[in-house]
Design a protein around this ligand. Structure first.
Ligand SMILES: N[C@@H](CCC(=O)N[C@@H](CS)C(=O)NCC(=O)O)C(=O)O
Length: 267
C-alpha cells in the first residue's frame, strides 16, 4: 500500500513534531519522508501540490490530497493511527493540552525574534520577552500539573508539540548566552523542559546540528536566505554539518564567511 508522503525540511521543528508522534506510536516508517532543500527554489511539482505555498511540512496522502500545518497533520495522524493514543482522550484533559498548545506560537515568536535580532539595544527586551513566555508556561504547569514532570502521566501530545521548540532554542543559548535563571518562577517549566529534551522519542536533532544550521538565523536571515558577502546558506546539505566547525558565538561582532563556516566543498 502506498504510504502518505511528508515533505519536510531537515531540522525544521514543526516537521520534528510529526516524527516524535510517530516514534511515540512505534510507527516511524508510517510515512515516506521526502526532504526538501530550503536553499534552492521549491520544485515546481511540489509548488503545484501546495498551490504555491512554500511552507513545510506538507503531507500528501496516497490519493494526492494535501494537508498543511504541523498541528493539523499531527491531529490527522493521531486519528488515522489511534493506538496507542498520544493525545488525551478525556475531553477535559484534551482541552487542557489544547490550551497549553495554544501557547506555542508566542514562544516560537519570542525565541526566533530573539535569535534573529541584529540590534544589541533590543537584546534585553527580547530576553525578557522570552523569559515571560517561560514564566507563562511555568504558571500553566503549576495550575494543571504542579507535582509531575510532564503535563500528564507521560510524555504525550503537548510534549511532542513543544520539545522541538525547546531544542531549537539551543540557538539562543549559543548565540545570545540565554539560560533560564535559577529562580523559583522557572522551576516547574525547567523540570518539564529537561524531561522533554531527554526523552528517547525526541532525539531526531542534536544541539550541534541546530547551532550550525541556524547560524544564518543568528545573523538575521531565515529560511535558507543567503546573507550579504556569502554565497551559501548555513542550511545547505553539503558539506555535511558534522564536518563544519562550530560557528562564532559573537553574532553582533562577527560575520563569518562561507569558508570560516566550512560551507565550501573541498573540491
Ligand atoms: N505553522 C507552520 C509553521 C511551519 C514553518 O514555519 N516551516 C518553516 C520551516 S521551519 C518553513 O517551511 N519555512 C520555509 C517557508 O516558509 O518557505 C506549521 O506548524 O506547520
Amino acid at each position: 500500500m502506498t504510504r502518505p508522503t511528508l515533505f519536510h525540511i531537515p531540522v525544521c521543528p514543526f516537521c520534528q513534531r510529526i516524527q516524535i508522534l510517530l516514534a511515540l506510536k512505534g510507527i516511524p516508517d508510517a510515512l515516506r519522508f521526502e526532504v526538501v532543500d530550503v536553499t534552492v527554489p521549491r520544485p515546481p511539482e511540489l509548488l503545484r501540490k501546495t498551490r504555491g505555498s512554500t511552507m513545510l511540512p506538507v503531507l500528501e496522502l496516497a490519493d494526492g490530497r494535501i494537508l498543511k500545518e504541523s498541528m493539523v497533520i499531527l491531529r490527522y495522524l493521531e486519528d488515522v493511527f489511534p493506538d496507542p493514543p498520544v493525545a488525551q482522550r478525556d475531553p477535559y484533559r484534551h482541552a487542557v493540552e489544547g490550551m497549553l498548545c495554544r501557547m506555542e506560537g508566542d514562544l516560537v515568536n519570542a525565541g526566533y525574534g530573539f535569535v534573529m535580532n541584529q540590534d544589541p539595544a533590543r537584546t534585553e527586551a527580547l530576553r525578557n520577552g522570552l523569559l515571560n513566555q517561560y514564566a507563562r508556561l511555568n504558571d500553566f504547569l503549576l495550575e494543571h500539573a504542579p507535582d509531575g514532570v510532564f503535563l500528564f502521566e507521560a510524555f504525550g501530545w503537548a510534549e511532542a508539540v513543544f520539545t522541538p521548540i525547546f531544542m531549537r532554542f539551543w540557538f539562543v543559548e549559543y548565540y545570545e548566552g540565554f539560560t533560564l535563571p535559577a529562580e523559583p518562577r522557572f522551576d516547574r517549566v525547567r523540570r518539564w523542559i529537561d524531561a522533554c529534551l531527554a526523552h528517547p522519542a525526541a532525539q531526531q536533532a542534536s544541539r550541534e546540528e541546530i547551532v550550525k544550521l541556524y547560524y544564518d538565523y543568528a545573523k538575521g536571515a531565515g529560511n535558507g536566505a543567503v546573507l550579504p558577502g556569502r554565497t551559501r546558506s548555513s542550511f545547505v546539505f553539503e558539506p555535511h554539518w558534522r564536518s563544519r566547525p562550530w560557528p562564532p558565538k559573537d553574532k553582533y561582532g562577527v560575520s563569518a564567511s562561507d569558508a570560516e563556516l566550512g560551507l565550501l566543498s573541498a573540491a
